[in-house]
Design a protein around this ligand. Structure first.
Ligand SMILES: [Zn+2]
Ligand SMILES: [Zn+2]
Length: 144
């Protein structure tokens, strides 16, 4: 998303008061892909032309979408519920994604996947390295 997908992802990194972001279009595209796969895999829709593995691909995209909205939109960005984990994996996950938002613009940055939560100390060190090397612009509040 920080490469060719930046055009849609950008406003997720910029402060605003809107309810929706262009970044949410990824969710719509994912839903469309998932629904298409279910149709492709269904004998009810395509009869003998149905391709069974498509159902599993559809389920995979659906599972990703559910995890993304619960973990990224819900837990990390508190778009529709508020629960701040005090310890463990969930807390690290929130910290790691907050550090993903520590850079300004599309260059550099850390923690691109949102499920693998690396040690925040290591992520901060990496941000500091990128800042010093002139690779990324890092917000002061990130503590890097
Ligand atoms: Zn990003
Ligand atoms: Zn985010």
């Amino acid at each position: 998303m920080h490469g060719f997908g930046w055009e849609w992802h950008r406003d997720h990194h910029e402060p605003h008061n809107n309810v929706l972001e262009k970044n949410d279009l990824y969710g719509l595209v994912g839903a469309a892909m998932s629904i298409s796969m279910f149709a492709l895999g269904s004998p009810l829709v395509l009869g003998d032309a149905a391709w069974a593995p498509a159902t599993w691909i559809g389920l995979g995209i659906l599972a990703y979408g559910i995890i993304y909205t619960l973990v990224h939109d819900g837990l990390v960005h508190q778009r529709y519920f508020r629960w701040v984990p005090k310890r463990g994996y969930a807390k690290r996950l929130v910290q790691a994604h907050k550090l993903h938002h520590a850079t300004i613009g599309k260059e550099g940055g850390v923690s691109f996947g949102f499920i693998l939560a690396a040690d925040p100390v290591r992520l901060k060190a990496e941000l500091r390295r990128q800042k010093e090397a002139g690779i990324a612009i890092v917000r002061e509040s990130a503590g890097a």
